[in-house]
Design a protein around this ligand. Structure first.
Ligand SMILES: Cc1cc2nc3c(=O)[nH]c(=O)nc-3n(C[C@H](O)[C@H](O)[C@H](O)COP(=O)(O)O)c2cc1C
Length: 197
């Protein structure tokens, strides 16, 4: 890859790694699109891990949520990151892999705070219709953290969605002219090219 593209690629990796460490980083929260039959569906999720070596990033979710059904039927995804500070938009495309009840989910579950574990303990499936308001947290832990034993109910719903990317579209806005390029990842390496912004 030419040096000008390598510099941008390294910058992207740097932004993503920073967002893993810094919860206030612009790229910590991103939009993930999936396909429901033929319709696009998009939602906000939290960036949890990133590997430039293995070309993936991850977010956590509830196995009962509609996006998991969509991704099981069609694992193509598109992910959108934007920073208003750097004015850089990054879009990733690729295929997801769902990690469920395995060594990776066990290890990650141990690192999740008890209060966050409550998010996976809801009596209702995420996005399910309700006849009246419900916070979708069990009453027993609405105002306190669950014990390790109680939170096991949440682990049954916990998944890591690993997003393996094979295309990156980078756009940096600049008064004197925007910069846009794409990276196509394939078995022989990475093909990069400039694109009209
Ligand atoms: C700031 C923010 C962060 C969120 N993070 C996640 C997340 O990491 N994982 C997740 O499954 N849902 C997350 N959600 C909720 C989703 O956006 C969505 O409402 C929910 O997962 C149901 O999506 P679905 O019906 O497309 O499956 C987040 C919402 C907000 C507003």
């Amino acid at each position: 890859m030419k040096k000008e593209f390598q510099n941008i690629y390294d910058k992207i990796a740097g932004f993503m790694k920073d967002a893993i460490i810094d919860s206030s980083h612009s790229y910590r929260i991103f939009s993930l699109a999936s396909i429901d039959n033929k319709s696009p569906k998009v939602r906000t999720v939290v960036l949890r891990d990133f590997s430039i070596k293995n070309n993936y990033f991850e977010f956590h979710s509830d196995i009962r949520s509609p996006k998991l059904v969509e991704l099981k039927n069609n694992n193509n995804f598109s992910a959108l990151f934007y920073s208003s500070e750097t004015k850089v938009q990054i879009r990733f495309n690729g295929k997801t892999k769902i990690l469920y009840d395995c060594s990776q989910t066990e290890k990650r579950w141990e690192q999740i705070t008890p209060s966050s574990k409550r998010c996976y303990m809801g009596p209702y499936s995420p996005s399910e219709s309700l006849s009246e308001y419900h916070p979708n947290i069990p009453e027993s832990v609405q105002f306190k953290n669950p014990s390790d034993e109680e939170s096991l109910d949440g682990y049954k719903n916990f998944v890591i969605v690993r997003c393996y990317f094979d295309k990156i579209d980078y756009l940096k806005l600049k008064y004197s002219g925007h910069f846009r390029c794409s990276f196509m990842l394939n078995e022989s390496g990475i093909d990069a090219e400039w694109i009209a912004p």
